[in-house]
Design a protein around this ligand. Structure first.
Ligand code: AHR
Length: 473
């Protein structure tokens, strides 16, 4: 029987055979912050980014060759794009750690830097996807300069396909969450949780948290993998990735009350729909394998990978262009995360609230610009360099071919972007600091006027009128 050695086909096959698995922007009158651009890092899939208490952002992820563990760090999120990357460890010449190296995660455990990853043997054949979880450990306080060596293999409940582990602490206890194929369950992988006794051993019997059964979890292959934990608003939110690693790849989410017994599978509720999926509008395909961090102002950031194209030649697992991407993570009125849509390539967008009204945003309905509520993507505006030096245009991420422009009658709405000087002059605004941390967008076509909010409408107001002050949110 010749198996197409896609990992998923292979697992499905064996399951059938036997049960054997960057524009600097003023963020304050004095601080100029480099603005991160997507993709943040090309060809780094499964990215983990976290901000350590040493003030650095650390990034690791899978490389297209799947042959090594890498780490980079930067004082800013934007700086990760060009930060020096160090190879911490390379797969071995033979044996169970000589093949694919997947989805590393860096954690500081009892003062030691430990990097978890999934690895399999080399040599081709049917065994190449015999993937198990391992860890390397650093002998020093600085993970970028220390020496790394193999700590060992994770002692999983079964000797079967397992990967994508993560570690988190909750109420003073450390937990391990990972993806694994469980003998007797016909899926590629399910999610499990258990207390962590040592870096590679569990302190109690594992709880199975979720099995992929919903239609959006089993497209191409039955997958629940890449768990990531976010503790906010009295709850634990566990995102995970589902389906084949092509454009069908997406994020699901489990939610538990922070006071619940999180070892009880019944404490976790699965979102019935995916929370983050491919966007034809912003041309990001297969968004997934996420992590969470915060930006330089402490605001939540979603980290994930995604391609710029839908059609893939051959096995998606061997297409190298799952790029690391980031975007702001916001919250719904009920306190749960609002993932919105992948915001697409270019500078990260901002949301703008009228100063003093955090419950309303610059938004649009079709080509009508307004100030009010609306789906998250209708309130996220990307600022690109405008025609006038120092000016910007403002485009909603969900209508990227349109931007705000001042009409001949002085009204403001969305118009399809053009390249002629007249349009660009009407669509260029100069962003300037306003009192109390607010910003103001002066119209290039009307230098004495600025974008203003009035009774739910977006208009041009007198340049220094209070209605022209916007808070970035
Ligand atoms: O990128 C390699 C593997 O493919 C990752 O471990 C997994 O999350 C993804 O499906």
């Amino acid at each position: 029987m010749i198996l197409n050695l896609s990992r998923r086909n292979f697992i499905a096959g064996t399951a059938a055979l036997s049960a054997v698995p960057a524009i600097a922007r003023a963020t304050s009158p004095t601080a100029l912050q480099p603005i991160a651009q997507n993709p943040l890092v090309r060809q780094r899939a499964d990215a983990q980014v976290f901000r350590h208490d040493d003030g650095y952002y650390y990034l690791t992820g899978s490389v297209p060759e799947y042959d090594r563990l890498v780490l980079r760090r930067s004082r800013t999120l934007a700086g990760l794009a060009t930060a020096e990357e160090r190879v911490l460890w390379r797969h071995l010449a033979s044996g169970p750690l000589s093949g694919f190296i997947w989805a590393p995660e860096l954690h500081l455990i009892d003062g030691k830097w430990v990097m978890y990853f999934a690895a399999g043997p080399s040599g081709g054949g049917e065994d190449v996807f015999r993937i198990r979880t391992y860890a390397i450990v650093c002998d020093g306080a600085d993970p970028m300069t220390g020496n790394w060596s193999v700590l060992g293999q994770f002692q999983a409940p079964w000797d079967s396909f397992n990967l994508d582990s993560t570690v988190f602490e909750h109420r003073g206890k450390r937990y391990f969450v990972w993806a694994q194929r469980e003998p007797g369950i016909e899926t590629n992988s399910n999610l499990y949780i258990a207390p962590l006794a040592t870096p590679l051993t569990l302190g109690a019997k594992a709880t199975r948290l979720t099995v992929p059964t919903l239609d959006w979890e089993i497209r191409g292959f039955k997958v629940a993998e890449a768990p990531a934990i976010l503790a906010r608003n009295g709850r634990l939110f566990m995102s995970y990735s589902a389906s084949a690693t092509d454009a069908r790849y997406c994020l699901g989410m489990l939610t538990a009350d922070a006071d619940a017994d999180i070892m009880d599978a019944g404490a976790w509720t699965k979102s019935p729909q995916p929370v983050f999926t491919t966007s034809e509008v912003t041309k990001v395909y297969g968004p997934g394998h996420n992590s969470f961090t915060v930006d330089e102002e402490g605001r939540d950031i979603l980290v994930y990978h995604g391609r710029d194209y839908r059609a893939i030649t051959g096995d998606p697992l061997f297409d190298p262009n799952r790029h690391t991407r980031i975007q702001r993570l916001y919250y719904k009125a009920d306190g749960s995360p609002d993932f919105g849509i992948p915001v697409g390539n270019g500078p990260l967008p901002d949301r703008f609230s009228p100063a003093g009204r955090r419950d309303a945003y610059l938004a649009h309905e079709g080509t009508r610009a307004l100030v009010g509520q609306g789906a998250l993507p209708s309130t996220q505006f990307r600022q690109m360099p405008g025609r006038i030096s120092g000016s910007v245009t403002l485009s909603p991420v969900d209508m990227p071919d349109y931007c705000l422009a001042v009409g001949q009658d002085g009204s403001v709405g969305l118009e399809k972007a053009e390249t002629n000087a007249g349009f660009l002059r009407r669509a260029s605004f100069v962003r300037r600091p306003a009192p109390d941390g607010a910003v103001r967008f002066t119209a290039a076509a009307h230098p004495d006027k600025a974008l203003a909010h009035r009774d739910g409408a977006l208009v041009l107001g007198a340049g220094n009128d209070a209605s022209t002050a916007w808070l970035v949110s």
